[in-house]
Design a protein around this ligand. Structure first.
Ligand code: GLP
Length: 264
């Protein structure tokens, strides 16, 4: 695992956007096959998406041959609800880039047969060729997508029950009332994320410091589902200084030295 430590969230976001664009362009230069990307929601990726939008408008990257799959969606929330992940993605990314509508995949949280919806999602990912890169965030408790603590590290796309903690954290988007946050979501599993050739996780702010410590220095454990990344051959966590505040000084120095040696 690599940990890229930038001074501020803005610098981390720009680093991540340019890294994603570089990967899309590298594949486009050698192959006609689409670039398959996993995408996340939450407040963390907004600046990364803004930089990607700028790059698309500047002609520095194109999403015309990109296929995306979002990692999760609330169950039972109307698609056009302002806090649905459908609305979020259109507002912060899809409405501003050149990705064809038919290439966009987001779980249908109102599907009549939720289990079938999740099964079909996994099939569609395989049909698209599997993920080249998965972009994720992390919850304060170390959850990746909506894989709450004690989710199996072998989990695949399914309906999950959200913890009270996660509903309280996300209540800021629902007028501060945790009971208005849907109790369930559909989420790709930990194994779905880890099936990607590459995983890039964004973590900014001191509220993520415990999750980053557990994921990077702790044991691989379903207690912190992001720790499953330790088994991934190409996992990168992009942090600001606040998010690495709980790492050991020796770990911090190690990651800074590696990044410096590699010109990051
Ligand atoms: C939700 C999402 C996660 C996201 C997390 C962190 O739980 N399902 O994918 O990583 O929120 O959100 P934020 O970036 O707002 O801190």
């Amino acid at each position: 695992m690599k940990v890229i430590i930038k001074e501020t969230p803005a610098e981390g976001s720009i680093w991540a956007a340019r890294y994603i664009a570089k990967r899309i362009n590298e594949k486009a230069a050698v192959s006609d096959k689409p670039f398959v990307i996993g995408l996340c929601t939450g407040s963390t990726p907004i600046e990364t998406y803004a930089e990607l939008i700028r790059m698309v408008k500047a002609g520095e990257v194109s999403f015309k041959n990109v296929i995306s799959f979002n990692m999760d969606e609330y169950v039972g929330l109307p698609e056009d609800h302002p806090e649905s992940y459908h609305s979020f993605m259109h507002k912060y990314l899809f409405d501003h880039i050149d990705e064809p509508a038919e290439n966009i995949h987001i779980l249908n949280g109102n599907a009549p047969d939720p289990a079938l919806e999740c099964e079909k999602y996994e099939e569609a990912i395989v049909k698209a060729g599997g993920f080249d890169l998965f972009l994720g965030g992390v919850g304060e408790d170390g959850h990746i997508a909506f894989n709450e603590p004690f989710s199996s590290l072998s989990s695949r796309t399914r309906v999950v029950t959200l913890t009270r903690d996660t509903r309280e954290v996300n209540s800021r988007f629902f007028g501060g009332d945790w009971k208005l946050v849907p109790a369930q979501a559909m989420s790709v599993g930990v194994a779905t994320v880890l099936s990607s050739k590459e995983v890039v996780i964004l973590a900014f702010g001191s509220k993520k410091a415990r999750a980053i410590k557990d994921a990077v220095e702790g044991p691989i454990s379903h207690y912190c589902t992001l720790s499953g990344m330790q088994n991934h051959p190409a996992g990168t966590v992009v942090c600001d200084e606040q998010a690495v505040g709980e790492l050991k000084v020796s770990s911090y120095r190690y990651f800074k030295a590696v990044a410096e040696a590699e010109g990051e």
